[in-house]
Design a protein around this ligand. Structure first.
Ligand code: GMT
Length: 379
């Protein structure tokens, strides 16, 4: 198959999922064309089956808002024709689904059938999508997509509650490359962070408000009062400055390391004993799955799709959003005892293995074939 993939190129979960899926499809012998405004962060090697098409937006003094969607739709049209795309898979509805549908209709003018699949990732529905500014066009673009997938059952339900969608939404969960993430802990790095054998608590995110990163610091502050521990923070974003301030106010700076954005996140996760994800909303929680793949149990909020990924009492615990005391108690329950910690680590790994990319990418592959077949019949 010749597959087009539209995504955000950044480190965010939707871009990671799109890129890793494209790479997996390339490894299976399909030709994959990534379309984005920048080279996707995880598209980090050359492969003769993988291509990148950059969307450039022309500046003009009249354009207060450069028309990205039109540039993207035009790029899709060009790529579809020159690469003979069999299917287009767009990740994150805004604005990708709208541009894809526009391109689909442009191509129809020259009798080129381009089936479009839109994958919903979360905030495109739960935060941004529900905004009345975007509502009508999102609804139309989803209904005009030939296939829709959501990354969790919870996101599917939210979508059906928020938008009048009259198509089936197929749930295909996110995945993790177990080969890459099941790394042995780097002992020298562990020694550098926790020289006295302290427990290592980890959090990775883009440090936006929705991640409630201040809660990470507050939970950790309670943990370190009861058990020697260190906090490793990976990522960067608008809330970092507030996090650093709270650390100073709580006088725990010597126990907290801000590593900033990192590529080899699996090497860092693998030295962790516990992962914290107190998010306000999370349609799936890919970072939690990646932690579990590194044998790190998770204490998370119980919002959105998180309980589907983090099994309460088995791979970690889920707690109400903002319940700092309970999150700290649950964390201590896991890390205070070596045997308990080992049990949670092993369960986290077992559960993560069910989301291996080798299990999930064939589901997408079958879905692509199903949609291509369906649109041939109805064309
Ligand atoms: O965080 C976002 O605003 C968008 C998106 C991203 O690109 O990181 O995150 C969403 O998609 C991820 C991949 O499917 C999910 O793992 C995240 O849970 C989801 N974020 C939210 O729902 C807040």
């Amino acid at each position: 198959m010749n597959i087009g993939i539209v995504c955000y190129p950044t480190y965010g979960g939707s871009g990671v999922v799109a890129t890793e899926l494209g790479k997996a499809m390339g490894a299976k012998g399909h030709e994959v064309h990534f379309i984005s405004y920048d080279q996707p962060a995880r598209f980090d090697y050359f492969n003769e089956k993988l291509f990148y098409h950059e969307v450039g937006v022309t500046e003009y003094p009249l354009f207060k808002y450069p028309p990205y969607e039109i540039a993207l739709a035009s790029k899709i049209v060009d790529t579809a024709k020159s690469a003979k795309l069999d299917i287009l898979h767009v990740h994150y509805a805004i604005p990708h689904a709208a541009a894809a549908v526009m391109a689909k209709y442009v191509l129809k003018e020259s009798n080129f059938n381009l089936p479009v699949i839109t994958t919903l990732h979360g905030t495109d529905i739960t935060l941004v999508g529900r905004d009345a500014t975007y509502g009508p066009v999102i609804t139309y673009s989803l209904n005009q997509s030939d296939g829709i997938t959501a990354v969790s059952n919870n996101l599917k339900q939210d979508t059906l509650e928020l938008f009048p969608i009259h198509r089936e939404i197929r749930v295909i969960p996110n995945f993790v490359d177990m080969e890459r993430f099941s790394k042995k802990p780097r002992e020298h790095f562990k020694m550098a962070i926790a020289p006295q054998g302290e427990r290592i608590i980890v959090h990775t995110s883009n440090f936006r408000k929705v991640k409630r990163v201040q809660d990470v610091i507050k939970v950790f502050s309670k943990i370190q009062k009861r058990i020697p521990s260190k906090l490793l923070l990976i990522g960067d974003g608008p809330e970092r400055i507030n996090m650093e301030r709270i650390c100073r106010e709580m006088d725990i700076c010597d126990k907290v390391t801000f590593l900033g954005k990192q590529d080899a996140v699996e090497e860092l996760l693998s030295i962790g004993d516990l992962f914290l994800m107190p998010s306000e909303t999370e349609s799936f929680g890919l970072a939690a799955l990646e932690a579990m793949a590194c044998q790190v149990p998770v204490v998370s909020s119980n919002t959105g799709g998180l309980p589907e990924v983090n099994m309460d009492g088995i791979t970690g615990f889920t707690c109400p959003v903002g319940d700092i005391d309970l999150m700290a108690e649950r964390s201590l329950e896991i890390i205070s005892n070596d045997d308990t910690l080992r049990r949670f680590k092993s369960a986290a790994l077992q559960h993560a293995m069910t989301y291996d990319i080798n299990a999930i990418s064939p589901v997408y592959e079958d879905y692509y074939r199903e949609i291509i077949q369906q649109t041939k019949v109805t064309a």
